[in-house]
Design a protein around this ligand. Structure first.
Ligand code: IMP
Ligand code: MG
Length: 197
């Protein structure tokens, strides 16, 4: 495309509606505004420190990309992939490391960047694992939390949004690996909600 500074309809992302979405929960603009606030908070809190963002793949990728551009500090980045055994919309609590960090976190100020805290089982396992590696500090930044679903308390320093007990997709979050590319956060059509199965 030609970049000439002229505003045009073609430069706006299309408002996408997917068959799998029953309703939009958080629009792209709402997400962007809140993530800028979180970035400013992190920038204040970590000034002069040795910030290392640890992104939990794959759901947190868009959140990470937007958050880190809103942080006005020198920082480094690493990735971790974990998988919980369980049904498509529920966590079993058994967590497996699929990809570990590239580098040591000893002595670093680690901020875990996660998409969503549901039961809390995944993050509490991850936090315990990373704490054992002796970082200077370890905090959690989650875009979303569903407090009504919590089975295990996790100390979360930064939260984007508290949401009700609905299964959400888009903005990096998946259902069966699909829908991650939706630019907004939607509710999965036909989701049961409230299920503790
Ligand atoms: P927890 O261990 O129950 O806290 O589950 C955390 C993980 O489950 C997240 O990192 C997501 O991958 C997944 N998850 C939980 N709730 C949702 C949701 O509403 N949509 C998409 N993924 C979810
Ligand atoms: Mg997932």
């Amino acid at each position: 495309m030609t970049v000439d500074g002229a505003p045009g309809a073609a430069s706006q992302p299309a408002a996408r509606v997917d068959d799998g979405v029953s309703e939009e929960l958080l629009g792209a603009d709402v997400l962007a505004a809140r993530i800028r606030e979180l970035g400013a908070e992190v920038s204040r809190d970590y000034a002069g420190r040795d910030l290392l963002l640890v992104c939990v793949l794959k759901g947190a990728i868009f959140f990470l990309a937007d958050l880190m551009r809103a942080i006005d500090l020198p920082l480094e980045l690493d990735f971790m992939a974990i998988s919980s055994y369980g049904a498509a919309t529920d966590t079993s609590g058994v967590v497996r490391i699929l990809k570990d960090l590239d580098a040591s976190i000893a002595g670093r100020d680690v901020l875990i960047v996660e998409d969503i805290i549901d039961s809390g089982l995944t993050l509490s396992y991850l936090a315990r694992t990373l704490e054992a590696r002796r970082p200077a500090s370890l905090e959690i930044c989650a875009l979303l939390t569903k407090p009504s679903r919590r089975q295990m308390e996790v100390p979360v320093r930064y939260v984007g949004f508290e949401i009700p007990d609905r299964f959400v997709i888009g903005y990096g979050l998946d259902y069966g690996e699909r829908y991650r590319n939706l630019p907004y956060l939607g509710v999965l059509a036909g989701e049961a909600g409230g299920s503790d199965a």
